[in-house]
Design a protein around this ligand. Structure first.
Ligand code: TMP
Length: 217
């Protein structure tokens, strides 16, 4: 059974960059790695992602939103993640269940117990072995994101248009979740340099994989 590692982060945390660097690093060390993302990662999931990100869908209700995330996740787990883990592949996923708890639970205020039930149904109970969370103050992250949008003319999605308070609750939620399971979470300060954050991510991952002997140092 392969290891399952997820990367979480607030807006502007540099998660995508760190994710790519981690993927390249693991592959360069001879680790068989599968990289995927949420929402998406399958053809059906990417179609659901388009609905979730469409700024025209501002009428989307929180309960419908969470079920769409769950539907994309169910598809990804069954079609991609479980087969890869069964083949001994290390799976790294850009966002997973903890995003739902942070954004729809703490952010939108949906009942956490209900969300746990829904995510358990969607995933068949599959949890990440290690959750890496890139943390930074909300204002810093949103400013970084705004600059990146200006520079790269990146698409603005529906989830980019929430109020400041929403993102504050999301961050507080992540930190509360991490505090409940410190051994499964690795919380890193995303205000450090890209290199420093990546070095700490590699340390976290190496500690996990060392037991399976997957990373040769
Ligand atoms: P990203 O592609 O930049 O990571 O953005 C994905 C957005 O989707 C981000 O704002 C968080 C949000 N999201 C949720 O609200 N709930 C979820 O379960 C997942 C996977 C993502």
């Amino acid at each position: 059974m392969g290891h399952f590692i997820t990367l979480e982060g607030s807006e502007g945390s540099g998660k995508s960059t760190q994710f790519r660097l981690l993927q390249t690093y693991l592959a360069s060390r001879g680790v068989r790695v599968l990289a995927t993302r949420e929402p998406g990662g399958t053809s059906i999931g990417e179609q659901i992602r388009a609905v979730l990100h469409d700024v025209g869908n501002d009428a989307l209700r929180p309960r419908a939103e969470v079920l769409l995330y769950a539907a994309a996740r169910a598809q990804l787990v069954e079609q991609v993640i479980r087969p890869a883990l069964a083949a001994g592949t290390v799976v790294i996923c850009d966002r997973y269940v903890e995003s739902t708890l942070a954004y729809q639970g703490y952010g939108r205020g949906l009942d956490l117990a209900a969300l746990l039930e829904i995510t358990r149904f969607a995933t068949g109970g599959l949890r990440a072995d290690q959750v890496i969370y890139l943390d930074l103050p909300v204002e810093v992250g949103l400013e970084r994101k705004r600059l990146a949008h200006e520079r790269e003319h990146a698409e603005i999605t529906r989830m980019d248009q929430q109020a400041l308070e929403f993102y504050r609750r999301v961050r507080a939620g992540y930190l509360a979740l991490a505090a409940q399971e410190p051994e499964r979470w690795c919380v890193l300060d995303a205000q450090q340099s890209i290199e420093a954050v990546q070095a700490q991510i590699r340390q976290c991952v190496a500690a996990l994989l060392a037991s399976g002997g997957d990373v040769r140092s």
